[in-house]
Design a binder for this molecule. Structure first.
Ligand SMILES: Nc1ncnc2c1ncn2[C@@H]1O[C@H](COP(=O)(O)OP(=O)(O)OP(=O)(O)O)[C@@H](O)[C@H]1O
Ligand SMILES: [Mg+2]
Length: 310
């Protein structure tokens, strides 16, 4: 992981009008950076705004407010067609549901080659075929799979096809939105390992979205925890697991089961109650110690500082 920022998200807001007088603040002013070559894990319960964050970053939505910079260039705002195409190539997405995200009427060859065609990355059929065969091998499938259709594959294999499709256009940044949540536990680790191996080999930068903290720790360099459209804590993986400070992070961690009966017998689940917070002022995102940020009031900040020393 380098010190070079690939993605900078500043005060990003994505509000959806759901009625004449109602607005859903799906993402409500979050800021974070992602460094080149790292995996940034984004976690939080269903509906907290993880997917919306990912979709806003790649311009699937017009952001309500805030700024997203990729490789030093503003992603939102007016763009030339060529610039948009470049962003679309450099930023790719892998989806949760490998059943719904692959067109059932297209062969694996055409699914994977779609991006190659759109971005004009191959000169002829032979090159196209060779590229797809190579991609299939890179994700642990083989070239015989190219002529088949999605329904002929298992969930894990389909996710591999989804990964090959994302890699086809030679991206720099990949948003993986719960890429393993729909898979059997036994194959989740295989897909995570594949993503890690590909990253080692090609230096990809990942935004890895998940709703619990169990697999995220294993794959992420840093983790951001979201709650109701806000980022409540952000730290290096190790640090977050060792010294969780925000009560919501603590509750997420207490929910992870471990295959250790002694641990399981003594595991205490803590519930998060937002009403327990200090309400004397509006909380701000504050740095408790280098690279460890928590959403808190001044009072809570002092308490967290004391807590972390112990
Ligand atoms: N297009 C939309 N229009 C209106 N509301 C939306 C839209 N997209 C998302 N929302 C709402 O925004 C909030 C955040 O949704 P989002 O899908 O980002 O959550 P998530 O953290 O990805 O959840 P999950 O873990 O279930 O995937 C939810 O309340 C959702 O209902
Ligand atoms: Mg989601």
């Amino acid at each position: 992981m380098s010190q070079e920022k690939l993605l900078e998200v500043k005060n990003l807001k994505q509000h959806f009008k759901t009625g004449r007088h109602s607005v859903v603040k799906a993402v409500d002013g979050i800021s974070f950076d992602i460094y080149k070559g790292e995996t940034f894990g984004l976690v939080g319960e269903s509906g907290c705004g993880k997917s919306t964050t990912g979709r806003s970053i790649i311009r699937l939505y017009n952001a309500t407010d805030g700024q997203v910079t990729f490789g030093g260039e503003d992603v939102h705002g007016k763009k030339s067609k060529a610039k948009l195409k470049e962003f679309n190539q450099k930023m790719q997405m892998i989806f949760q549901d490998p059943y719904a995200s692959l067109n059932p009427r297209m062969t694996v060859m055409d699914i994977i080659a779609e991006g190659l065609d759109i971005h004009g990355l191959v000169n002829n059929q032979q090159e196209r075929k060779a590229r797809v065969h190579d991609l299939l091998e890179r994700v642990g499938l083989n070239k015989e799979h190219a002529s088949r259709y999605p329904h002929e594959f298992s969930g894990g294999q389909r996710q591999r096809i989804g990964i090959a499709r994302a890699l086809a256009v030679d991206p720099e940044f990949i948003i993986a939105d719960e890429p393993i949540s729909a898979l059997d536990v036994s194959i989740q680790a295989q897909v995570v390992n594949l993503l890690k191996d590909l990253q080692k080999e090609h230096g990809y930068t990942y935004l890895f979205i998940a709703h619990d903290l169990s697999m995220v720790k294993y794959i992420s360099d840093r983790i951001g925890v979201m709650y109701f459209g806000k980022m409540v804590e952000l730290a290096d993986s190790e640090e977050l697991y060792k010294n969780p400070l925000h009560p919501y992070t603590k509750s997420l961690l207490s929910a992870i089961p471990l295959p250790d009966p002694d641990y399981e017998r003594n595991r205490v689940r803590t519930e998060y109650n937002p009403a327990d917070h200090d309400t004397s002022e509006t909380p701000e995102f504050r740095e408790i110690r280098p690279n460890h940020w928590v959403l808190c009031t001044t009072k809570e900040f002092e308490a967290y500082k004391k807590e972390i020393k112990n």
